[in-house]
Design a protein around this ligand. Sequence first.
Ligand code: IPE
Ligand code: IPE
Ligand code: MG
Length: 247
Amino acid sequence: MKEIDREKLPHHIAIIMDGNGRWAKKKNLSRISGHIKGVDAVREVVTACRELGIKVLTLYAFSVENWRRPKEEVTALMALLKEYLVKETEEMIRNNIRLSAIGRLEDLPLDVQNTLRETMKKTGHCDGMILNLALSYGGRSEILHAVQEILSDYQNGRVRPEEINVQRFSQYLWTHGIPDPDLLIRTSGEFRISNFLLWQIAYTELYVTETHWPDFDRKELLKAIADYQSRERRFGLTSEQLNGREE
Ligand code: IPE
Ligand code: IPE
Ligand code: MG
């Protein structure tokens, strides 16, 4: 396998953790068993990112659309989320990882909201890596929420229309203070965004792997990073401009 360059790591990796259901189906297991195995993959990837020195890891754990899944599956996912937070808080502190969350958090069951708040408080001083969980998250909801906040600030005289630019708009998003992802990984083969970080991925490098999320491990992560490092991020410029051969 290609060695990765430790000097050119993505600052922020975002992952659409897809394929728990298909992984389980292949093994004749319940979808929920797939989600349980998916949590182990979360642990491995969080640890690997921290060891590598990745600064921000955003995990798409539950979308606004996922509420429409069968009730038992939603309940199981919420229980797994809570269990993960309770079990991992100490490990996060030990590894200097700060937990944060984006999404319509007010939609989550109250006990999950409380656990989430607790873990965020306990890890609030950690500055080695941000583990950012997207929960009841939707990119369109996030943008609409930002527009509502801007209109409210406008009404109260806190912002003028001409002040709204890309930077200022970004400050109204749930991800304010977090730089845009450099690399977006999607597991399980679908070439779609599924309402994830619509604004923030304007210039993110995309990587899709056939591997189902429960099978995604450190090795797969390194493969994705190596692929990312082989890309030329041009941001609209020419290759010559980037390599300093032209004005
Ligand atoms: C991802 O796996 C987990 C969540 C969306 C919560 P899926 O449950 O979507 O797995 P597939 O896509 O059905 O295989
Ligand atoms: C995206 O996966 C959401 C998460 C990984 C949490 P989905 O399985 O919900 O996406 P679609 O339905 O295939 O687009
Ligand atoms: Mg899916």
